[in-house]
Design a protein around this ligand. Structure first.
Ligand SMILES: Nc1nc2c(c(=O)[nH]1)N[C@H]1C(S)=C(S)[C@@H](COP(=O)(O)O)O[C@H]1N2
Ligand SMILES: [Mo]
Length: 403
């Protein structure tokens, strides 16, 4: 018997026992006949909104400062690969500038034969691609190093979101400008008041960096960098410069304030790591997860998300007993590179305590580590780049907490 068939049969039995609990007293068609709206519904509209019954939202920081800070994606209440643009996490260092795309320009200069200035319209004329990629802040899961205080996935992992991005490969723009011999780096600068700037090796630009103007089928949202953003697949969120207005090509990195005062990691030997670009493989169970409540023992589908800045997710294993036994979960296809990959595993909760964990492996063979392993190498001086295995504890009353 194939694995799939065996799983299906097992599922059938469990589902059957769940469904017998349904109320079959009244004929369901009779209910349909006497109920339902008798008047016309709302009129057509030009731009959609969600149902007034839906309340899922980003979390806003506590405190007064709403220009400088972050909102988090409620990953435990999202479905599939794509994060709705309206729920994409936000991280701004000086608020969201209001930019008229007709006035906006992108300058490419430095070690190039022909410095170029592009309007947004001109960029849209050029060869384009659409790709699905996550953005994850290097500070995501920063609360997961010590005592686990985050009550839910939104708080522990919500500085990560995934969109379909559309734009022009940066390689095309650089080719137009004519990169000079000896050029090895570039700096990207934003048009916000803090002029966020980050240095990048030119090799990555020639590989897969995009200058994007669209997200999930429409113009990128102001919070995501309208009208232009740098999309640097798989690299830490900070380097995905929003409101992009300048790219300067050079022989050396620029050591900007954003890559020296922040986004470096002080190691146990007193030296700091700099340019820690790549986001390592990670995963998190979104159901059952912190703050949720299991209705009753029996069938539950364990669900979650996995992603890696190094490429595709190859495998996700799930444990319900704190890491003693691991079972491979089913990965959603197609698996995009450097993108969220949903995973699912049928599970029968026996009503006792359970410790749910997930562990992802990417196509390079990199395996998501336990937090102790990360601490052994990096110490606790820095809270960036925490991609550790996450545990959620299920209690006999069905409640789920951080562990
Ligand atoms: N110009 C500019 N780009 C920026 C930022 C910023 O404040 N200004 N924040 C960075 C950080 S720290 C992150 S994590 C990502 C967040 O992208 P998002 O707000 O679209 O989720 O944008 C990066 N790009
Ligand atoms: Mo960030």
């Amino acid at each position: 018997m194939s694995d799939n068939r065996r799983r299906f049969l097992k599922l059938g039995v469990t589902l059957g026992s769940v469904l017998t609990g349904c109320n079959r007293a009244k004929s369901p068609t009779a209910e349909l006949d006497d109920e339902g709206p008798k008047r016309l519904g709302k009129p057509l509209s030009e731009y959609g909104e969600r149902s007034s019954f839906e309340t899922v939202k980003r979390s806003t920081p506590t405190g007064k400062n709403l220009e400088i800070g972050a909102t988090r994606t409620p990953l435990q209440e999202c479905y599939g690969v794509i994060t709705p643009s309206s729920l994409h996490f936000e991280r701004h260092h000086s608020g969201v500038p209001e930019i008229d795309p007709a006035q906006h320009r992108l300058l490419i200069h430095g070690m190039v034969d022909r410095p170029l200035v592009f309007t947004v319209e001109e960029l849209k004329r050029l060869p384009s691609v659409s790709r699905v990629h996550f953005v994850e802040c290097a500070g995501n899961s920063g609360s997961e190093w010590g005592p686990k205080t985050a009550p839910n996935v939104q708080n522990s992992h919500g500085l990560a979101s995934c969109s379909e991005w559309t734009g022009v490969p940066l390689a095309i723009l650089l080719e137009e400008a004519g990169v000079q011999a000896g050029a090895k780096w570039l700096v990207a600068e934003g048009a916000d008041p803090c002029k966020m700037s980050r240095s990048l090796p030119i090799q990555k630009a020639l590989d897969d960096i995009l200058v994007v103007y669209a997200q999930n089928g429409e113009a990128i949202r102001p919070a995501q960098g309208y009208p232009l953003r740098l999309m640097v697949p798989g690299w830490e969120g900070n380097i995905n410069v929003k409101w992009l207005r300048r790219i300067k090509v050079s022989a050396e990195p620029f050591y900007t304030k954003d890559e020296t005062s922040k986004y470096t990691e002080l190691m146990p030997d007193g030296k700091a790591r700099i340019f820690t670009f790549e986001m390592d493989a990670k995963s998190v169970i979104t159901y059952p997860s912190g703050g949720q409540k299991l209705l009753k023992p029996g069938f539950h589908e364990i669900r979650g998300l996995a992603w890696s800045g190094r490429g595709r997710i190859e495998k996700v294993e799930v444990s319900a007993d704190g890491g003693k036994v691991w079972t491979a979960a089913k990965l959603q296809e197609p698996r995009h590179s450097k993108a969220f990959t949903p995973f699912r595993l049928p599970w029968t909760w026996d009503g006792g305590e359970a410790a749910l964990m997930s562990r992802s492996t990417d196509e390079t063979g990199y395996v998501q580590p336990p937090v102790e392993e990360l601490i052994a190498v990096r110490g606790l001086n820095s809270n960036y780049h925490n991609n550790a295995i996450k545990t959620w504890k299920v209690h006999p009353d069905g409640s789920v907490t951080n562990a």
